[in-house]
Design a protein around this ligand. Structure first.
Ligand code: HEM
Length: 405
C-alpha cells in the first residue's frame, strides 16, 4: 500500500482535528488559512496513513462524487480505517464500492425515505417526552446519559428490531469503535461481540420474522439473485446500530450546548419554533460532528483541487472545514438559524451520503424543540470550561452534560 511522501524532507503534519480551547464549537483555526492558501495539503491521519487533506467545500463535493475513489481500501477487521490491507467485512456498506455497495444500499434505501421517517416522528416524540418526564421528576440530569443517548438508541432499536434492554453492551462497544484511543485488541473484541449479538438476532428473525427493518431486509434480500448471508446481515446491522445512535446523540447534546451558550439564538428559536427545520440544518453545518474526515483511496490518477493525486494515494475530506467555507456559506462563522442552506456536508455527499439523514433530522428537531418547550429554565449545571469533549473520537461531542432547571 502506498504511503505518500511527496516532499521527502518535510515532516508531514498531523491531521488537524482539535477544536480551539477558546471555542469548542469551531474547527481547528488552521482551516481558514488552508482554505485560502493550501486547499490540498499532505497530512498524517490518526488511522496511520498520509493523505491529501481537502479543506474547500467544492473540492470535497468533487472528491466525494468521484466514483474512481474507493472507500474499500480503508477496510480492516474493525470499524476504523487502517491500511493493513485487510478486505472490509462483507456487508460493511460504508467501506464497499460500486456494485457491492449499491446492492446493499438498494436493499435498504426504501426503509429510510422522508415519508417513512416522518411516520416515525410520533414515536420519536413519545420517547422524547418519556425521557423529559423522567428528568423532570428530579432536579438535574446528564443530558448525554439521561436524554440524547437513550433517545437515539431506542429509536434505532425500535426500527431495527433490537431489544433496548441490551443497550449497555452495544453503547459501550460502539464507543470503543468510535474512539481513536482504543487499541486494536479492544476494537477487534468490540466488533466481534456486536457481530455475534446481531448475528444471533438475524438467525432469530430468519426463523421467525417480525414487523421490523431486519425482517423486511431479510425478506427483500431473499427475493434477489444473491440473498444476503447471515454474516452480511449481521455486519450491516452492526453498522446501522452503531451509526444510528452515536452520531445523533452527540449532535443533540452539542446542539443544545451551542444554544445554551448563545442565549440570543435560544430566544430566537423559542420565539419562533417554526425555525427548528433550518436551525437543525445550521447546527449540523456549524458543528460538523464528523471530525476525523471522510477517507478515500485513489484507484487511478485523478485531479482534485488542482493537484494530481496519484493512484495509490489517499484523500481525506475535512467536513468541519468544508462547512465553514465562506465562498459557499456567507458569514460562515456566524450561526444563522434561519440560513437558507445550500446543502452542507454534515451527512457527506455522493454514493455514501448518510442513509439515516432524514431520521437524524427528525430526532434532532424533536429532541431540541421539546427540550426548549418543556424545560424553559434548562441551563448548564457546571461552567462550560468543565465540560469534557470527545476530542479523540471519530464523532465529536460531549462525554457528559450536567444540566439543571
Ligand atoms: C447527526 C447524525 C449523523 C451524521 C452527522 C451522519 C454522518 C454521516 C456521514 C458523513 C456519512 C458518509 C460517510 C462516507 O462518505 O464515508 C454517513 C454514512 C452513513 N450513515 Fe450517517 N450520520 C448521522 C446519522 C445516521 C443515522 C441515524 C443512521 C442510521 C440509521 C446513519 C447511518 C449511516 C450509514 C449506514 C452510512 C453509510 C452509507 C453508505 O455507505 O452508503 N447515520 N453518515
Amino acid at each position: 500500500m502506498t504511503n505518500i511522501h511527496r516532499a521527502a524532507s518535510a515532516k508531514i503534519p498531523d491531521f488537524p482535528v482539535g477544536r480551539p480551547e477558546s471555542c469548542p464549537f469551531d474547527p481547528d483555526e488552521i482551516y481558514t488559512r488552508l482554505r485560502a492558501e493550501e486547499p490540498m495539503t499532505l497530512v498524517h491521519c490518526p488511522a496511520g496513513m498520509d493523505a491529501w487533506l481537502i479543506s474547500r467545500y467544492e473540492d470535497m463535493r468533487h472528491m466525494l462524487a468521484d466514483r474512481s475513489l474507493s472507500s474499500r481500501a480503508a477496510g480492516s477487521d474493525h470499524m476504523l480505517p487502517s491500511y493493513d490491507g485487510h478486505e472490509p467485512l462483507p456487508g460493511f456498506m460504508i467501506q464497499l464500492d460500486g456494485q457491492e455497495h449499491a446492492r446493499l444500499r438498494r436493499l435498504l434505501i426504501g426503509e429510510f425515505t422522508v415519508r417513512k421517517m416522518e411516520a416515525l416522528r410520533p414515536c420519536v416524540q413519545k420517547i422524547t417526552d418519556e425521557h423529559i418526564d423522567a428528568m423532570l421528576a428530579g432536579a438535574g440530569a446528564d443530558l448525554v446519559r439521561d436524554f440524547a443517548l437513550p433517545i437515539s438508541s431506542k429509536v434505532i432499536c425500535e426500527m431495527l428490531g433490537v431489544p433496548y434492554k441490551d443497550h449497555e453492551m452495544f453503547q459501550l462497544d460502539s464507543q470503543v469503535l468510535m474512539s481513536f484511543e482504543a487499541d486494536e485488541v479492544s476494537r477487534g473484541a468490540a466488533t466481534r461481540r456486536l457481530e455475534a449479538y446481531l448475528g444471533e438476532l438475524v438467525r432469530q428473525r430468519i426463523a421467525e420474522p417480525q414487523d421490523d427493518l431486519l425482517s423486511r431486509l431479510i425478506a427483500r434480500s431473499n427475493d434477489t439473485d444473491r440473498p444476503l448471508e447471515v454474516g452480511e446481515l449481521a455486519t450491516l446491522s452492526v453498522l446501522l446500530l452503531v451509526t444510528g445512535h452515536e452520531t445523533t446523540a452527540n449532535m443533540i447534546t452539542l446542539g443544545m450546548l451551542m444554544l445554551l451558550e448563545n442565549p440570543g439564538k435560544l430566544a430566537e428559536l423559542r420565539a419562533d419554533p417554526d425555525l427548528i427545520g433550518t436551525a437543525v440544518e445550521e447546527l449540523l453545518r456549524y458543528l460538523s460532528v464528523i471530525q476525523f474526515g471522510l477517507l478515500r483511496y485513489a484507484t487511478q490518477d485523478v485531479t482534485i483541487g488542482g493537484i494530481e493525486v496519484k493512484a495509490g494515494e489517499w484523500l481525506v475530506a475535512a467536513v468541519p472545514s468544508g462547512n465553514r467555507d465562506e465562498s459557499v456559506f456567507p458569514s460562515s462563522d456566524t450561526l444563522d438559524l434561519g440560513r437558507q442552506v445550500r446543502t452542507n456536508l454534515a451527512f457527506g455527499f455522493g454514493a455514501h451520503v448518510c442513509i439515516g439523514q432524514h431520521l437524524a433530522r427528525i430526532e434532532l428537531q424533536v429532541a431540541l424543540s421539546t427540550l426548549l418547550r418543556r424545560i424553559p429554565e434548562l441551563r448548564l449545571a457546571e461552567p462550560l470550561a468543565q465540560s469534557e469533549f470527545k476530542r479523540n473520537d471519530i464523532v465529536y461531542g460531549l462525554q457528559s452534560m450536567r444540566v439543571t432547571w
